[in-house]
Design a protein around this ligand. Sequence first.
Ligand code: DUC
Ligand code: ZN
Ligand code: ZN
Length: 471
Amino acid sequence: MTILIKNGTVVSSTGSYSADVLIDGETIAAVIAPGDRSLGDLEASAEKVIDAAGKYVIPGGVDVHTHMELPFGGTFASDTFETGTRAAAWGGTTTIIDFAVQKQGERVQDSLAAWHAKADGECAIDYGFHQIIGGVDDESLKAMDELVAEGITSFKLFMAYPGVFYSDDGQVLRAMQTAANNGSTIMMHAENGIAIDVLVQQALAAGNTDPKYHGLTRPWETEAEATNRAIMLAKMTGTPLYIVHMSAKQAVKVVQDARDEDLNVFGETCPQYLYLSLEDHLSQPGFEGAKYVCSTPLRAKAEHHQEELWRYLRTNDLSIVSTDHCPFCMKEQKELGLGNFAKIPNGIGSVEHRMDLIYQGVVDGEITLERWVEITATTPARMFGLYPRKGIIAPGSDADVVVYDPAARTEIGLHKKHHMNMDHAAWEGFDIDGKVDTVLSRGKVVIENDAYTGTKGHGQFLKRGMNQYLT
Ligand code: DUC
Ligand code: ZN
Ligand code: ZN
């Protein structure tokens, strides 16, 4: 099918310009200047014409941090690959990278096969995998080399969650040495889990069981310390290091210092850390704060982390905004932690809202239009070996395209209106100046006229190349 998107403003990470976009089958065939004499013929021959007058035409969002069906705390994240990728499409995200999870004693290859079994044939949009290594040993290290050949080029380790996903410093070092050798990127959940566990036990012993104590027992020092330790270990090995879901300004300062030393260290943050806080959300009365339990935790508004995170997005010390989408229902899931905050499953659902929430940063003057595209699509694609197939509107790239209407509004909060498999909305009350109008995934219209027109199984598995930012 040929589709012409005409009269729009194409936005890339480097500039915005008036152009028409011609799609032939699954890829972009041409980006055409207005007034080009061939346009009339192309319009006449296109099987479908989308008028994007007054709207932005951007590459589909690339969310490199999601957890569909993640096993956590005795339950599973409530979105399946089917429901989660459909919700992503509604929000203008056309690629996700999810995390396959290997636990101690399990073969890495088996865990990857289990993730393929969950996702293959289910997704509305394209998807790839990172691999979590929860049990670093000789066998799993060897498997890392094998996975690189299968297009899994990034591995996540945890300095938190002792007894579950945790790796000690020696294990981290060995995994980093392996990554340095095979060219892959280490992703790090940087929190000092050993110290956190002591604070958690002390809080519970003192009778402090409410959700807000989740945040109070994970102070910013635990994030900054682990971030520094991860960077030092990475420096010893020469591996590229990507710190996930950063929320503390002091931790990002450590990343900034490493980047100023020309180290291949990269920082990611998420919408929840840019908008939600310990005081206004995690400390809500009763058990309401459970909706906002995630790790790293929401930080104190009074300490001005949010303003600093936006600033670090401008200076590129934070390079990417992903979601860490990890939804749990209140009923029977978050409720597992009634009377004990440590048992509340960690995670917030946002995969549908990321593009809108970060566009609000453009409206608010925090970032430029081009930076919005860069941190939500272009850089994620380059960081994780998908560029220029994803992350840009250019001839030859996949026709993953979003027509975004800056004149419309999105009431993202209402839980009956969103499409994630949750019984509540963590973003209740958030209204955005902008709206996803039309979404194409590899040339197929998946969202149009406020309706989902995609299909389960359209999304393909993406074998990824290497990080393209390495010096
Ligand atoms: N943090 C979360 O909030 N959820 C899943 C795992 C994690 O690291
Ligand atoms: Zn994490
Ligand atoms: Zn995560």
